[in-house]
Design a binder for this molecule. Structure first.
Ligand code: DGY
Length: 327
């Protein structure tokens, strides 16, 4: 089997592929792949290991129906038209669980950093503004005993809730497609409507998948229902929030601040006004970026490919129904 890898993969994944006798080629440039060039390249390979947000749409699959597998180095798969992959009988794999802790750490980091204006204050020193101590200036807000609202109580949301409860004794409320018994038993989390989540959260952390249902759900109307002292955190997908509405909500004091690991579009422009706001902290989509987690993700994504090479099902398949269809 020949596999094309769209970024430099951590060694842990490369080793697994090589041990299985799989031939690999890695894209090593630092600019995005051109769509047509990419499709042309794919003709010479049996499977893809996708890192980064290459968009695999119906057109892509119609041009590459020969692919035996697409393995994503991510838990999210909103960049892939899953129905189209299934239509062309191509299994799509992903890397759940292993990145939950690291991504929740990023959400926690952004919550704390935004609450204390940390990124802005760092810049303040770099701009040579640290001259005079003023006890009433640049104050943050504390998190102890506040309410954390989780939008999307899956594996990452659960990790974030555990950390916040442990560190700050935060009360946990959540909104999800269905109730999460583990969160309710372990953390005393309380299921609330979306409206209640907006109204009651001191910190609202988004962890839901991007779908037609969740796209742009954090908009002007949603921010208007939040507390003026609240912080919005998004480590899931930038398209969950409307950036113009978020910017305006912070500028007008409708909410207090935000911590974003994901933006819309990505990359965010260096001139984006959010980057100048004291109560906003932004990171460049690096929720899972630890040595340990990236190695674990690389292993899972490689194991998904090896399974297909051995005529088996991927251990972590998004479109499981694909195996019922004969290629
Ligand atoms: C994920 O795993 O979905 C991360 O956001 C990286 O894309």
């Amino acid at each position: 089997m020949r596999v094309y890898i769209t970024r430099t993969l951590p060694e842990a994944g490369i080793e697994i592929l090589k041990e299985a006798g799989i031939e690999i080629a890695q894209y090593s440039e630092t600019k995005e792949l051109d769509k047509d060039e990419f499709i042309k390249t794919c003709q010479d390979f049996d499977a893809l290991l996708i890192a980064g947000h290459v968009r695999l749409d119906e057109y892509f699959f119609s041009k590459c129906p020969h692919l035996k597998a697409v393995s994503l180095l991510s838990v999210g798969y909103d960049n892939v038209d899953i129905n189209a992959a299934t239509k062309y009988k191509i299994p799509v794999g992903h890397t759940p669980d292993v990145l939950s802790g690291a991504t929740a750490d990023t959400a926690f980091l952004l919550m704390l950093a935004a609450s204390r204006k940390a990124f802005y204050m760092y810049d303040y020193i770099k701009q040579d503004k640290w001259h005079f101590y003023q006890p009433t200036a640049n104050l943050g807000i504390e998190l102890n005993n506040k309410t954390l609202g989780i939008f999307g109580m899956g594996r990452i949301g659960m990790e974030m809730a555990k950390k916040a409860k442990g560190a700050y004794n935060m009360s946990i409320i959540y909104h999800n497609r269905k109730q999460n018994n583990e969160a309710e038993q372990l953390l005393n989390a309380r299921y609330v409507s979306f409206e209640e989540l907006l109204e009651q959260s001191d910190v609202l952390s988004a962890h839901a998948n991007l779908s037609e249902e969740t796209k742009g759900i954090f908009n002007k109307e949603a921010f208007a229902k939040m507390k003026p002292s609240s912080i919005f955190i998004n480590t899931a997908r930038g398209a969950l929030h409307n950036e113009t509405d978020l910017t305006e909500a912070i500028q007008k004091g409708i909410i207090w601040g935000a911590g974003l690991d994901v933006t819309n579009p990505e990359p965010m422009s260096k001139d984006n006004i959010l980057l100048t706001m004291p109560t906003v902290c932004v990171l460049p989509h690096q929720g899972s970026a630890t040595i340990e987690t990236r190695a674990a993700m690389a292993k899972l994504s490689a194991e998904n490919i090896v399974a297909i090479a051995n005529g088996k099902e991927m251990p972590h398949t998004v479109n499981k129904d694909v195996y019922a269809i004969q290629k």
